[in-house]
Design a protein around this ligand. Structure first.
Ligand code: ZN
Length: 165
């Protein structure tokens, strides 16, 4: 993705208060982020377990989402596939992330949930730069096709968070 500055990342958040956005622990110095190898920036807050963030370019604008992560009880976990990158994981490596919707719906407590790689490193899994612990379902997609599928899932989710219900 096209690199973003620290200020652009901080001001991109659409589903949390300004105060919360200010308190976000950024993943790394922006110069050290491998922008060419990622389609979105996803990270867990090292200072607040249970928080995660997604930042991406969506319809031409930088959009950041603040997420709350919970580890679903094993018995209720139907699938251990990430809903974005479709990587298979052991149950402990998948988390349920919920995003408050943007705007009035979010203020009314409306959220959307999605099962994702617990470390939000989807971009590295689709490129096989990170290898999950469990065997992957056999499929013949190329890296480009896996990236395209992930982007489709990601943008659909972001569009849902941004849209009024
Ligand atoms: Zn993933």
């Amino acid at each position: 993705m096209e690199p973003l500055s620290q200020a652009e990342i901080r001001s991109s958040f659409v589903n949390c208060s300004k105060g919360e956005a200010k308190g976000v622990t950024l993943p790394a110095r922006v110069e050290t982020i491998p922008w060419a190898d990622i389609d979105f920036l996803g990270w867990r807050d090292p200072k607040a377990t249970g928080r995660g963030y997604l930042v991406l370019r969506h319809e031409g604008a930088a959009v950041g989402l603040s997420l709350r992560a919970t580890t679903p009880p094993r018995s209720r976990l139907r699938s251990s596939l990430c809903n974005f990158c479709m990587t298979a994981h052991a149950a402990a490596d998948i988390a349920l992330f919920s995003a408050r919707r943007a705007g009035a719906a979010g203020k009314a407590g409306n959220t959307l949930g999605v099962y994702l790689c617990a470390d939000l490193a989807c971009c590295l899994y689709v490129r096989r730069k990170l290898v999950p612990e469990v065997p992957q379902p056999s499929e013949t997609l190329s890296v480009e096709e896996r990236v395209a599928r992930m982007e489709l899932n990601l943008h659909r989710f972001v569009a849902d968070v941004l849209s009024a219900p």
